[in-house]
Design a protein around this ligand. Structure first.
Ligand SMILES: Nc1ncnc2c1ncn2[C@@H]1O[C@H](COP(=O)(O)OP(=O)(O)O)[C@@H](O)[C@H]1O
Ligand SMILES: [Mg+2]
Length: 237
C-alpha cells in the first residue's frame, strides 16, 4: 500500500531522515515511535510531499509519488491529521469537516460520507454549527481525525494525536483510532511519543531515533524490547 525505500531528507545541509525504509500493507495499523526531534513529523511531511527526499523513493499502491505535488498525493488517497489539527477556527465544525471532502464533487457521496463518519464522532454531531475555535482540545483532535476521514482515504497518517491532551481524553482519542482501524479497513500510520497508547492499537511498529529506524517489530516484540521499555515506555503512562 505505502512504502518508503531508503528515503533520506535534509533541511538545508543538515541530514534529517537517513535511509528510512518502511512498509504498510492495506488495512494495517503501524506506529512510528520516537522522541522529540527524531524526525517523525518530517517523515509524514515526506510522505505527503511537503518535504522532498534527497534520495530514495516513496511508493503508494506501487506507484512512485515522491515527485508529485502534495495536492496530488492527498487526492490520490492519503490523508493526514497534523499535530495541530490545522482546522479553520472561524468556520463551523460542519464546514471544517466538508473541507476534508474538498476533492469529492458528488454531493450525495459527501452527504453519506459525512453521516457515516459522524456515527464514530457523536460529540461532533451535536456541535455541527459550532465554530471549530470554540471546541475543547479533545474535540478539536476528534474533528481533525473526522475531517481526514471525509476524504475517504486509503492511508491515514496521524501526527502525535495524544500530544497536549489530558489522559482521559487521550483514551477517548485512542478508542476512536481503534474503532477506525476495525471499521474502516484503511492503513494507518500512527506517529507517537506515547508508546504505551500507540502499541495498544497497532499490530506492528518502528522506532525512529535521530532520523534513523533503529528497531522494527510486532507490538509484542516492541513491548518486550529493552530500548523501548527504557526510553519509550517508562516516560509515558
Ligand atoms: N523546516 C525545517 N527547517 C529546518 N529544520 C527543521 C525543519 N523542520 C524540522 N526541523 C528539524 O528537524 C528535526 C526533526 O524535526 P521533526 O520531524 O519535527 O521531529 P519530531 O516530529 O520527531 O519531533 C528537528 O531537529 C527540527 O528542529
Ligand atoms: Mg513532530
Amino acid at each position: 500500500m505505502l512504502e518508503l525505500r531508503q528515503v533520506s531528507t535534509k533541511y538545508g545541509q543538515i541530514p534529517m531522515l537517513m535511509q528510512v525504509s518502511i512498509k504498510i500493507d492495506q488495512g494495517e495499523a503501524v506506529c512510528m515511535l520516537g522522541a522529540n526531534g527524531a524526525g517523525k513529523t518530517t517523515l509524514l511531511k515526506t510522505i505527503i510531499g511537503m518535504v522532498k527526499p534527497v534520495s530514495g523513493e516513496v511508493l503508494f499502491r506501487g506507484q512512485r509519488i515522491d515527485l508529485w505535488p502534495s495536492y496530488k498525493i492527498i487526492r490520490s488517497g492519503i490523508a493526514i491529521v497534523p499535530e495541530r489539527e490545522g482546522l479553520f477556527p472561524k468556520l463551523t465544525v460542519e464546514n471544517n469537516l466538508l473541507m476534508g471532502a474538498y476533492y469529492e464533487k458528488d454531493k450525495s457521496r459527501i452527504a453519506s460520507r459525512l453521516e457515516e463518519v459522524l456515527t464514530i464522532f457523536p460529540r461532533l454531531k451535536e456541535r455541527l454549527r459550532q465554530k471549530a475555535g470554540t471546541l475543547s482540545g479533545g474535540e478539536r483532535k476528534m474533528l481533525g481525525i473526522a475531517r481526514a476521514l471525509l476524504a475517504d482515504p486509503q492511508v491515514l497518517l496521524m501526527d502525535e494525536p495524544s500530544l497536549g491532551l489530558a489522559p482521559a481524553t487521550v483514551n477517548e482519542v485512542f478508542a476512536v483510532i481503534d474503532r477506525i482501524k476495525k471499521e474502516k479497513k484503511i492503513a494507518i500510520l500512527l506517529v507517537e511519543q506515547n508508546a504505551q497508547k500507540a502499541l495498544s492499537v497497532v499490530e506492528r511498529g518502528y522506532v525512529l531515533q535521530k532520523g534513523t529506524i533503529i528497531l522494527e517489530g510486532s507490538t509484542k516484540e516492541l513491548q518486550e524490547n529493552s530500548i523501548v521499555k527504557e526510553s519509550y515506555l517508562s516516560a509515558t503512562s
